[in-house]
Design a protein around this ligand. Structure first.
Ligand SMILES: Nc1ncnc2c1ncn2[C@@H]1O[C@H](COP(=O)(O)OP(=O)(O)OP(=O)(O)O)[C@@H](O)[C@H]1O
Ligand SMILES: [Mg+2]
Length: 194
């Protein structure tokens, strides 16, 4: 893994930062948590009260990442919006997927509002991060790992194989929660009240 940029992507709460830290250790790479970088370097435009999140200044974030890419040989970036980064600098995107019911539990533990929980669980159900990543980076650079029921080390083992090029992948998004979950569970996330 030389001169490479690997992105660990996924809906908030799926375990991106936990995995990225383990991988950065294994590959002796620089870990960049894009949300953390955005806040620590104040690379956001404003705080959106309605959406309960910072609106990032995309150009500023990309400039900062490009600077780091020039100075570091190996980089592991974790983010839920990989599509802001230029495709030319990105070697592989690994999208972590998580069963929506487990994701809901994780987001509840963060004390998030139902509005924010349902918005993110619906994004996971609809494969939003994977679809955006494939659109931006093309199907050959995008891989998915189903993290459900796996320890961080088990997920890291699969990610190491992907990064090292030992692991083939299905093109397109292969994890479809719409197919796997009963309709009444999916519809619960459509409701505005918990
Ligand atoms: N494989 C796993 N098994 C069990 N718990 C996990 C696993 N991976 C992460 N977690 C736990 O889930 C929570 C969210 O993990 P983490 O912060 O890594 O997610 P994230 O995708 O980076 O979230 P965010 O987008 O909000 O930064 C943490 O409490 C973490 O300890
Ligand atoms: Mg994180």
């Amino acid at each position: 893994m030389a001169n490479s940029v690997v992105i660990i992507a996924g809906t908030p709460g799926v375990g991106k930062t936990s995995l990225a830290k383990v991988l950065a250790d294994i590959f002796n790479a620089k870990h960049i948590d894009l949300s953390e970088l955005t806040i620590s370097k104040k690379l956001f435009s404003y705080y959106d009260e309605e959406r309960e999140s910072y609106v990032i200044n995309e150009n500023a974030v990309v400039d900062e990442v490009l600077k780091l890419v020039k100075s570091e040989e190996r980089i592991i970036i974790d983010t839920h919006y990989p599509e802001i980064l230029p495709s030319s600098i990105v070697d592989k995107v690994i999208v972590l997927r998580l069963n929506p019911l487990i994701l809901e539990e994780r987001l509840r533990r963060k004390n998030w509002s139902w509005k924010k929980i349902r918005e993110n669980v619906l994004a996971e159900i609809l494969s939003v991060v994977s679809i955006n990543a494939i659109e931006k980076f093309g199907p050959n650079k995008v891989y998915e790992i189903d993290a459900t029921g796996k320890s961080i080390n088990e997920i890291a083992e699969i990610a190491v194989k992907i990064i090292s090029g030992e692991y083939g992948h299905k093109q397109g998004t292969s994890i479809d929660w719409l197919e796997k979950l009963p309709l009444d569970i999916i519809l619960r996330y459509e409701r505005k009240e918990a």
